[in-house]
Design a protein around this ligand. Structure first.
Ligand code: ATP
Length: 285
């Protein structure tokens, strides 16, 4: 038996734009994603010689073949033609669910990365990312990590210059957002403001943190903020504590602020903790 380990990093969307609804029902996106130091710990025993098992320390996460980490191991076994000889997966979760932080996707990506390492890098990073696309739209980015422009359903990746070092404060309010319902709502609305992805790419290239932070924009944010005033409350606290920019990530409901330093992040976190329990101070990775 061999034990493998990998961190599964959370993601945020620095920008998120919806271009159109496709005939297959999916939407074409243009989104710049970034991985954060906030992570789940994923461990796998391979060649256990026993039935497949999955353990997770969070009750609301499925511990069977519905889990994306399990699906990733199954897919890898089928696609590589390697017999993993019985698999035991253990996940310690820190990434909140229903947050738009790619919790399940990053666990799946971590499984793909470590099984690929175990098999002597059978697939290139891009081949592995493509394979991940069969599990979910965010999995290809989670395989690659770092800073990427993601197009199509999210599966077409282009690596961008890394985000400069900074402090990112994340606050996940209690409510969850139904992603299909959110897409239905946005289909019925006119999108009044879109992110300027070209400007964001320039700002990343120039390592200009103030411009990066000013440019964060997610077309879902106003739709969710309209029905959940908590979003504006979190935004106000971050702004008052000096955030350079702030925005909801993915389809919510986590909200992040690009903070000028660790002290202002701590000040904002302290205020937010009076009302919200799910708060993280992290860094881009
Ligand atoms: P995204 O940012 O991709 O929209 P999300 O914020 O909706 O993700 P996830 O953590 O990916 O949140 O969880 C969504 C659902 O997926 C959960 O309710 C859970 O039932 C299921 N799920 C499957 N595998 C996992 C996993 N490994 N970790 C967490 N949830 C998982």
């Amino acid at each position: 038996m061999t034990t493998l380990y990998e961190s599964a990093y959370a993601k945020i969307n620095l920008t998120l734009d919806i271009l159109c609804k496709r005939e297959d029902g999916f939407h074409d996106l243009e989104t710049i994603m970034q991985t954060l130091s906030l992570c789940d710990d994923v461990e796998i025993d391979v060649q256990t010689g026993k039935e497949w098992t999955l353990w997770c320390d969070k009750e609301d996460v499925p511990c069977d073949s519905r889990n994306l980490a399990w699906k990733a191991a199954e897919l890898f076994e089928q696609h590589s033609g390697r017999n993993l000889g019985g698999v035991a997966i253990r996940i310690k979760k820190r990434i909140p669910s229903q947050a738009g932080m790619g919790g399940g996707s990053s666990d799946a990506a971590a499984v793909l990365r470590m099984l690929n390492r175990y098999c002597g890098h059978l697939f290139s990073e891009m081949e592995l990312a493509d394979l991940g696309g069969r599990i979910g739209s965010d999995v290809p980015f989670c395989v690659a990590g770092g800073t990427c422009m993601c197009e199509g359903r999210g599966e077409r990746l282009r690596r961008l210059p890394a985000m400069p070092e900074c402090t990112i404060l994340v606050c996940k309010p209690e409510f969850g957002v139904s992603t299909p319902a959110l897409y239905r709502t946005i289909d019925e609305k006119e999108i009044l403001r879109r992110p300027d992805n070209a400007a964001m790419e320039q700002a990343l290239k120039a390592k200009d943190l103030a411009s990066i932070a000013r440019g964060v924009w997610n077309v879902f944010d106003p739709v969710v903020s309209e029905v959940h005033p908590e979003m504006n409350e979190i935004r106000d606290v971050m702004q008052q504590c000096g955030a350079l920019g702030q925005q909801m990530t993915g389809s919510g409901s986590a909200f992040f602020g690009v903070m000028p330093d660790a002290q202002s992040a701590e000040r904002a976190a302290e205020q937010l903790r009076r009302r919200y329990s799910c708060i993280f101070i992290c860094k881009p990775v």
